[in-house]
Design a protein around this ligand. Structure first.
Ligand SMILES: Cc1cc2nc3c(=O)[nH]c(=O)nc-3n(C[C@H](O)[C@H](O)[C@H](O)COP(=O)(O)OP(=O)(O)OC[C@H]3O[C@@H](n4cnc5c(N)ncnc54)[C@H](O)[C@@H]3O)c2cc1C
Length: 377
């Protein structure tokens, strides 16, 4: 009987893993890929939706187009995970695995920041970005605050991108002079592993009169008085709040007993959990890399190689290296790039490529190559 591989979550990690296994094993693969959604959306597409650059429909990649030999896509909500028995309960039944890969990403905990639901807006979900698309055009004067409500959070450069794109958006509408933009960040700098990238972002903020507040710990919003309350007791007034909610592993993961301190600990080189035959990749795992799609994808490649080696009885591959590159929107059609190495040295190191239109084209290619590879577009 073929080895039953069950992959939980069809995001960057789950899609890449299932694609490699299908490419290598064809119809001999026995992969079940489970997700509650009906479409994949790139994280950065939320910025496009929020600023009206693309419609929500245009950024959806429906799972019905993910057609891979040996992979069965199942649209179900996962309600229980038994890592010891490698069994998964869903609203549609039960799935048993020989190899189980948890790639369920990170969820948002909106209620962890009192006032955010009533008085703020978040742009980290498609629904939130869609709502903001209708709210932002009505903002013509006053204080806009981009606020990160907790760390770790997905794609550390994304809040900086949101502030820079907001500057462009308000400038294009001729109302920038009537508005202030502040970015509240719990981290000490915009992108701590790469001082060069942080410097470039701080320079871009200064050129555009965007106020950057490092080390800001948001505890709540008071919608009545329109202020953001920080842990040190100080308050920041706002007329428009664009929030990054606190993150946490999905409830089903927390309830499974796999998580420690919020996420699933794994051996960073192999992505193995402490449960035999169970791996965790991407945002749901604690690996020592940021929560970003490129890292989920890199981890998925390592797990694919390990699984293939195990099936073929071959040698185990080299471990996960924690390398990744992220594109950063600087506005005005220019994109920068940060390349980070998290695991090969004693501490993370990063290099920065200055924003250009050539890198904007490269970012387009990044997206279209994934759309082609995963969804045949
Ligand atoms: C605004 C923004 C900009 C970003 N920009 C970038 C960028 O430029 N580059 C980059 O690399 N990353 C970027 N990211 C981050 C990136 O989107 C995530 O880090 C990435 O999607 C994580 O991949 P993953 O496979 O670990 O999880 P996800 O892609 O989140 O996939 C998890 C899947 O699990 C499913 N799931 C969860 N719970 C259940 C359940 N109970 N039952 C069934 N299914 C479930 C979800 O539906 C989801 O499809 C950005 C994110 C945001 C919000």
């Amino acid at each position: 009987m073929a080895t039953r591989i069950v992959v939980l979550g069809a995001g960057f990690g789950g899609l890449e893993l299932s694609t490699i296994l299908s490419d290598e094993l064809g119809e001999d693969a026995d992969v079940t890929l489970i997700d509650r959604g009906d479409a994949f959306v790139f994280g950065y597409s939320k910025l496009d939706v929020m600023f009206g650059r693309k419609t929500p429909e245009a950024v959806r990649l429906p799972y019905r187009d993910f057609a891979k030999p040996g992979v069965r896509f199942v649209r179900e909500t996962i309600t229980a995970i038994d890592p010891e028995g490698r069994r998964v309960g869903t609203d549609g039944g039960e799935h048993e695995a020989d190899i189980l890969v948890v790639a369920l990403g990170a969820d948002y905990d909106i209620d962890a920041t009192p006032g955010l639901a009533e008085g703020g807006n978040e742009f980290y979900s498609v629904a939130g970005a869609e709502r903001l698309r209708d709210v932002i055009p009505g903002f013509t004067a006053g204080r806009a605050v981009v606020g990160v409500c907790g760390a770790p959070f997905k794609c550390p450069p994304a809040p900086s991108e949101a502030a820079l794109l907001l500057h462009d958006h308000l400038s294009e509408r001729g109302v920038r002079d009537a508005c202030e933009i502040t970015l509240l960040m719990p981290l000490p700098s915009p992108v701590p592993p790469s001082p060069q990238t942080s410097e470039a972002l701080l320079e871009a903020f200064a050129e555009r009169s965007i106020e950057f507040v490092p080390g800001a710990r948001i505890t709540s919003l008071d919608p009545g008085r329109r202020v953001v309350v920080l842990k040190d007791g100080s308050e920041v007034p706002y007329d428009l709040f664009l929030g990054v909610p606190k993150h946490r592993a999905p409830d089903v993961v927390l309830e499974s007993g796999m998580a420690e301190e919020g996420y699933i600990p794994v051996e960073s080189r192999t992505l193995k959990t402490r449960f035999p035959g169970v791996y965790a990749v991407g945002d749901v795992a604690t690996v020592g890399v940021p929560k970003a799609g490129v890292f989920s994808e890199g981890a998925a490649r390592v797990v694919a190689a390990e699984v293939l080696a195990e099936l073929a009885g071959g040698e185990q591959p080299a471990g996960y290296d924690g390398l990744g590159s992220c594109y950063i929107e600087f506005g005005a059609g220019r994109v920068g790039r940060v390349n980070v190495d998290f695991l090969s040295g004693p501490k993370p190191t990063g290099t920065f490529q200055a924003p250009s239109s050539a890198l904007a084209a490269e970012k387009e290619d990044f997206g279209s190559s994934r759309s082609a590879r995963w969804f045949g577009r």
